[in-house]
Design a protein around this ligand. Structure first.
Ligand code: CMC
Length: 437
C-alpha cells in the first residue's frame, strides 16, 4: 500500500478500514469490504449521472473546469487552434504526438483515400424522407456502415481498428454533406481529393454547377478551427456512450452511431440548434431582460449556458468569438450576435448565474457562426459530430487497450417491491385446468 490512504470507520460495526488512494482517488471496489455482517453485499458508491465518479484513466484530454483550461495531449486548445490543422490535431488525439511533415502527409493521404462512400450507402441515404432531420440521417447512416465493412467486428486487431478509424474520419464529412443536400433536395457532390479536409467538406456541401469548387480561405480556416475546438472533450455524455457501447466489443460503426445519438440531445451537442431557436424566440435585444427573468423563474433554460465541468469561462467559447469576427468579415454580421452578446452581458452580471457559475459554453456562439456561413440550424449538431468522431475513436482505442477495462455494467440500488407472488385467479374459467394447461 502506498503512503496515501483514507481511514474509514463504519459506525454500524465500529470497524475501521484503511483504503489506498491512487492519484488522490479511492477505488470504489475497495468499499465492498465494508460490511455489516458476512452476508452483507458491502458498501457501493451511489452516483447518478457520474457527478463524482471517474470511469477510466485517460491520457487524451485534460480539463480544469475551475480555471477554464482545455488541453489535448498536453497542448493548450488555443495553441492548437492557432498553429495546427484539424487533421494534425486528429493525429495528435489518436497517436499522442503531433505528426512530423512525413507523418502528416501520409495521414492526409490515408484520409483522402477513404472519403468516398459505397454506392449502397448513398442509396440508403436516398431512402430517407425529404424532411428527415440531418442528425437522425447521420446516426442511422453511420450505423449502416457496418453493413459494408464486415471485418470491423474484429475489434482486437489493431490494424483493422486503425483502418476503420481512418474510414470513419474520412467518411463523416461525406455523409454529413449528403445528409445536408438531401434535406435541401440537391444532388450529391462527390469528394474532391485535391482539396483539404475542410475545403472538401465545403465542396460537398455547396458546389453547384461550377466545374471546380474554390473554398473561401477565411471560411475554410474558420471551419477548421471549429473542428479543432470540437474534436474531444474527455468523458462527456457521448464519449461515455462510445466507451460503454464499445466495451461490449460492438464494432466501431455501431459504437459511433450510439455516441452520435447521445450527442444529438439538446443538453449535449443538440444545444447549438436550440440556441438559435432561443435567439429567434427572443427576437430582439430589448427582449433579453424579460427572457432572463423567465430563465431565473425556471420556465426555460438559457441554452448554450452552463457546463458540468466548466465553472469558469469555457475556453472554446473565447476562441469561437474570435472565429466569429473572422467569418463576419466575409458574410457580414449575423444580427443574432447582438442578442447573444446582450444575453451574455446580462447573464454574467446577474446573481442567479454568478452563484451557479453559469458561463457561455461552446454551443452558445457556434450556431451563430454556422448560420452566418449558410447552414440551417438542423445541421448544426451534424457539424459537431464530424470532428467529435476523432475524440470518440481516441477514447474507444484507449478503452480497448486498457487492460483494466471490462464490459461497462453499472450497479443499481434496488428500491422496488420486495419479492411477492401472483394471487390465485378468482375467475374459474381462467384456472389452468379450465384452459387445458
Ligand atoms: N440555464 C438556466 N439554469 C441553468 C442552466 C441553464 N443553461 N444550466 C444549469 N442551470 C442551473 C440549474 O437549474 C441548477 O440550478 P439549481 O441549483 O437552482 O437547481 C444549477 O444551475 C446546476 O445545474 P445542473 O443542471 O445541476 O448542472 P449539470 O451539470 O447537471 O448540467 C448542463 C450541465 C450543460 C446539462 C446544463 O448546464 C444545461 O442544461 N445547459 C443548457 C444546455 C447546453 O447548453 N448544453 C451544452 C453543454 S456544452 C457542450 C456539450 O456538452 O455538447
Amino acid at each position: 500500500m502506498g503512503n496515501e490512504t483514507l481511514t474509514i470507520t463504519d459506525n454500524r460495526t465500529g470497524r475501521t478500514y484503511t483504503i489506498p488512494l491512487t492519484n488522490g482517488n479511492i477505488r470504489t471496489m475497495d468499499l465492498r469490504q465494508i460490511r455489516k455482517d458476512p452476508d452483507d453485499f458491502g458498501v457501493m458508491g451511489y452516483d447518478p449521472a457520474f457527478m463524482n465518479t471517474a470511469s477510466c484513466r485517460s491520457a487524451i484530454t485534460f480539463i480544469d473546469g475551475d480555471k477554464g483550461i482545455l488541453q489535448y495531449r498536453g497542448y493548450p486548445i488555443d495553441e492548437l487552434a492557432e498553429k495546427c490543422s484539424f487533421l494534425e490535431v486528429a493525429y495528435l488525439l489518436l497517436n499522442g504526438e503531433l505528426p512530423n511533415q512525413g507523418e502528416l502527409q501520409e495521414w492526409e493521404g490515408t484520409i483522402r483515400h477513404h472519403t468516398m462512400i459505397h454506392e449502397t450507402t448513398k442509396k440508403f441515404l436516398e431512402g430517407f424522407r425529404y424532411d428527415a432531420h440531418p442528425m437522425s440521417m447521420l446516426i442511422s447512416t453511420v450505423a449502416a456502415l457496418s453493413t459494408v465493412y464486415h471485418e470491423a467486428r474484429n475489434v482486437h486487431d489493431a490494424k483493422i481498428r486503425r483502418l476503420q478509424m481512418a474510414r470513419l474520419i474520412a467518411k463523416m464529412p461525406t455523409i454529413a454533406a449528403y445528409c445536408y443536400r438531401h434535406s435541401l433536395g440537391f444532388p450529391y457532390v462527390y469528394p474532391d481529393n485535391d482539396l483539404s479536409y475542410t475545403e472538401n467538406f465545403m465542396n460537398m456541401l455547396w458546389k453547384m454547377v461550377e466545374p471546380k469548387y474554390h473554398a473561401n480561405p477565411i471560411m475554410a480556416k474558420a471551419l477548421d478551427v471549429l473542428f479543432i475546438l470540437h474534436a474531444d472533450h474527455e468523458q462527456n455524455c457521448s464519449a461515455n456512450v462510445m466507451r460503454s457501447a464499445g466495451s461490449s466489443q460492438a464494432d466501431p460503426y455501431a459504437a459511433t452511431a450510439a455516441a452520435a445519438a447521445a450527442l444529438s440531445g439538446p443538453l449535449h451537442g443538440g444545444a447549438n440548434e436550440e440556441v438559435l431557436r432561443m435567439l429567434d424566440e427572443i427576437g430582439s435585444k430589448d427582449k433579453v431582460p424579460a427572457y432572463v427573468e423567465r430563465v431565473k423563474k425556471g420556465d426555460v433554460k438559457l441554452m448554450g449556458f452552463g457546463h458540468r465541468v466548466y465553472k469558469n469561462y469555457d475556453p472554446r467559447a473565447r476562441i469561437i468569438k474570435w472565429t466569429a469576427d473572422q467569418v463576419f468579415q466575409v458574410t457580414g454580421r449575423n444580427q443574432k450576435l447582438d442578442i447573444a452578446l446582450e444575453l451574455e452581458r446580462i447573464a454574467l452580471e446577474d446573481e442567479y448565474f454568478i452563484k451557479r457559475k453559469l458561463y457561455p459554453n461552446v454551443d452558445f456562439y457556434s450556431g451563430i457562426i454556422y448560420q452566418a456561413m449558410g447552414f440551417k440550424p438542423e445541421v448544426f449538431t451534424v457539424l459537431f459530430a464530424i470532428p467529435r468522431t476523432v475524440g470518440w475513436l481516441a477514447q474507444w482505442e484507449e478503452m480497448l487497450n486498457d487492460n483494466e477495462q471490462k464490459i461497462a455494467r453499472p450497479r443499481q440500488v434496488y428500491v422496488g417491491a420486495a419479492e411477492r407472488h401472483i394471487p390465485p385467479k378468482t375467475n374459474a374459467a381462467l384456472e389452468p385446468a379450465a384452459i387445458g394447461a
